[in-house]
Design a protein around this ligand. Sequence first.
Ligand code: NAP
Length: 256
Amino acid sequence: MSPATAHIALTFSGKGAVVTGAASGIGAAVTALLLDAGIRTLALDLREPEQVSGPRARLHVPCAVDVRDRRGVQDVIDEHAGDGLSYVVNCAGIIETTGFGGVGQDQWSRALDVNLAGAYNVIDAATTHLADSGAGAIVNISSIESHRVVALTDPDPTPQYAASKAGLSMLTRTAARALAGRGIRVNSIAPGFIATPMAAAHGDTTQLPGRLASRVPAGRFGTPDEIASAAAFLLSDQSAYTTGSELLVDGGFELT
Ligand code: NAP
């Protein structure tokens, strides 16, 4: 941003964040943005996220934990929430593109356990801390697949991923209702096609493949930073009246 660019600041009256899936893609971008804002961030992932350099390093607490492990998630959050915890961003997720037929029980379990129950584990483990902080806010990274059939590489959609994301959207709404009385807001973001390692597993992310180009009016992949900016807004004081909503950040995919 040039010095002459007009801007409106986001403010954060809370203290401390937890981000899952923080080693890669959207989670890494969210973590970087929160650290830049001066928010101490517990960065969780299956493998410990790399330590950052410079002045942000003192705010960055990287930890390896599997979001499916309720006890492990609770322990790491309790251990590090002492200085205040106000924000949670659930980015950890997996996609195993299978198409519709013959999805195994283990594939169903993995998708639902990581993408849905994993987010619940983090929310539940953090709730008391968020309530104590007086400014709690949660953002779940859902998907356009939460409410629309999308077939990435196959003619068939992948049902266990779509169902896990639809469940996450409903978890957002039930949590928003359940936790409102404790001063905690809960929203989700439904990203479209975002250039991350997850998307790269399906091919080149520098430009949309032909079959998708006509379905995305923006004409390009989104960036992890664009999702992080949306998450920052939903955590900020400026969205204090927003809870239980899902924000589409999809380059207009919903319009086609
Ligand atoms: P990504 O680059 O693959 O990052 C996801 C991270 O979550 C990875 O570091 C992954 O670790 C971690 N993770 C997986 N299972 C975990 C577990 N059990 N416990 C803790 N961490 C775990 O993917 P991304 O594109 O940034 O995706 C972030 C979120 O956005 C996901 O929920 C995804 O479904 C959603 N999303 C992405 C897109 C897109 O186009 N990229 C679109 C819509 C929604 P490993 O790498 O070791 O597995």
